[in-house]
Design a protein around this ligand. Sequence first.
Ligand code: FCA
Length: 349
Amino acid sequence: MRKAISVFMTLFFASNLLLAGCGGGESGGGASKPEVKSAPSGGGKQAVKIGFIVKQPEEPWFQMEHKFARQAAEELGFELLELAGIDGEKALAQIDNLGVQKAAGFVICTPDVKLGPAIMSYAKRNNMKVIAVDDRFIGNDGQPMEDVHYLGIAARAIGEDVGKALYEQLQARGWPVEETGVCAVTYEELDTAKERTDGAITALIEAGFPESQIYKAPQKTTDVNGALQAVDILLVQQPDVKYWLVCGMNDSAVLGAVRSMAARGFTHEDVCGIGINGTDCIDELKKENPTGFYGSMLLQAKKHGYETAKMMYEWVTKDQEPPLDTRTRGILITRENFREVLKDQGYEI
Ligand code: FCA
């Protein structure tokens, strides 16, 4: 029963989104569907529909992906269905819902990478194409599903850039190494997250930072609060560390660490955190007084949102198959340069 209600709710929600997306469209009350409806491009044919499902719609990163995908829809003239799939049940229900709407395909950042095989079979039975974005599907054999089209970040290289930048800050600040610790907020269940923190840790060790002073704080949930709780535990375990370098899978992870440290009296003078995404730390960087959140590797949300939506559109309309594996890079933003870099990259702040 509960399932039926939730399917109904998602259908209801999606049809509202659909109406909002095409500015009018179908009449309500279950009336029969109009035979032909104008595409946003005014093409006289029914518009191609493409779904874009994200796992954490509250995270600015995913809002940016949706925003850029919308831009692709407006420019290319297809209908974008912006959906949330915050857990397995909801994500799979969204796929069936897209099938009912006759979508041709969808882009998805799955709430759980192990759903990969189920997502593919739901897509197949609804005759839709799939592109995985950000988080790569894991198959029943525990390996990445390399036959599913994927666009994600070059996670290890970006993590290494974080580690190198943290080490440079350690040197620039002249903190005594023996009094400094590295706090790595980890989420090792997710490959792209593990690659990022492993990359940062490896780069710090290669630069000469003692491995024995690198501490992992495993987060149970991938939001600010999940990181805060993980770091609260670490700080109790390591009361003697005077200076902290912080890395994590994304901005939320590092923000949680910085909040936990601030609650114990640490400031920007003894904490240096570098996040990843660059989209979820803008308010932090805008603060008048600096915090322990030093900077972030700004990722290319436009590529993740606009390009994946465009790839899907070209795939379903021109049979132009996208590459199986596309990776993007990041650039460091700090309080000093974030306004200028974000502007250059097409973000409004
Ligand atoms: C994962 C993270 C997001 C973002 C994305 C590129 O999905 O959860 O915050 O970093 O990869």
